[in-house]
Design a binder for this molecule. Structure first.
Ligand SMILES: [Fe+2]
Length: 172
């Protein structure tokens, strides 16, 4: 499900800190024109989240030469990313203005792909009834797709170990 991110009212305050997302694939699309504001860049780090965790644990800053701010020509342009792998942030505006982005999430068609959805993180930012309901619906959807995939590829045999392994491999 998509959501909108609004810039803080405080000029200079970052929209968010460096982070990875808690879903598998998502895009960040500029709704407002990024050329009409000063600042508010979308930035990503040309290093792994493990690199960033090591730097953070050592109290070291990120390497500025590895910070990339892709040129966003106008509203409607987006960055697509493997959400929980790419360390990124939205910088604050350096002058008063409006910065709105839309983030939309996707689920791989390969149902065995691990699910990085984080209920605890959702619960921090969304109304609790919304977060609980959306997460439950998501998990029901994933369970349905996994069961369908199992039924579609089901093979009769006596290999109970393989059957047990298959059901234990659920990504949810
Ligand atoms: Fe993000």
């Amino acid at each position: 499900m998509g959501h909108l991110n609004y810039n803080p009212l405080e000029v200079g305050e970052n929209v968010d800190k460096w982070h990875v997302d808690t879903l598998r694939i998502d895009f960040v699309m500029f709704v407002t024109d990024p050329k009409l504001v000063v600042g508010g860049e979308f930035e990503y780090y040309r290093g792994t989240k493990h690199d960033v965790a090591q730097l953070s644990a050592a109290g070291e800053p990120l390497d500025p030469s590895k910070i990339v701010a892709p040129d966003m020509p106008g509203p409607g342009y987006a960055v697509l990313q493997q959400g929980n792998m790419v360390v990124h942030r939205a910088k604050g505006l350096r002058e008063a203005g409006e910065r709105i982005t839309m983030v939309n999430g996707y689920v791989p068609r390969d149902i065995s792909f691990p699910d990085f959805s984080r209920f605890d993180q959702l619960y921090l930012v969304d109304p609790k009834d919304v977060a609980a309901s959306e997460y439950t619906r998501h998990m029901s959807w994933m369970a349905r797709e996994r069961l369908s995939a199992d039924l579609d590829s089901f093979a009769f045999s006596e290999d109970k170990e393989a059957m047990l392994k298959s059901s234990n491999n659920w990504p949810i």
